[in-house]
Design a protein around this ligand. Sequence first.
Ligand SMILES: [Mg+2]
Length: 197
Amino acid sequence: MTQQPLLLLDVDGPLNPYAAPKRRPEGYATHRLRPSWWVAKQEHLAAVQARQATRARHAKPPAVRVKPLRVWLNPSHGAELLALPYELVWATGWMGDANTHIGPHLGLPELPYISWSDLFGEARDGLHWKTRDVVAWAAGRPFVWVDDELGPRDEEWIEANHPGPALALHVNPRLGLLADDFATLRDWAEGCAVPGA
Ligand SMILES: [Mg+2]
């Protein structure tokens, strides 16, 4: 049996359509979560604000009570993802938190995740901070990378640097994963499975 392609999956954007205008999209449930990356980010912002307010470089950061992050998730996405002919991998800033905070709401088992070398880092050469790590992690295996932030520059770089088949699938964070995206994923895996295709 041939190895299935990898599905490298972002959370915010594809699964959590955080940019949806005004209200929660139909079919989604609201969760208020406090993943470690979110707490660290809010504490950092509070410390920066405190330093700016006091103009003291080494002002003691205030003890902040971090409000939880609102996340919209569609409970049917778990079964739909598991039905795809892929090996699922988290490719998200949530890293291991995706297994504890996201997967259980979707009915997903614990999945491997990519540990980023430059989490939420600056773009270099116009590339997303995930792109190089995505290609390194795939190590030549066929993959689809699903993300709301990737762009044409990332696609070009993957094409030039990944020796196997790959698809960078952009998802609109106002909409999240749609039926069309699942159809694209099925078609792509089918094309991948045909020798010489
Ligand atoms: Mg995202």
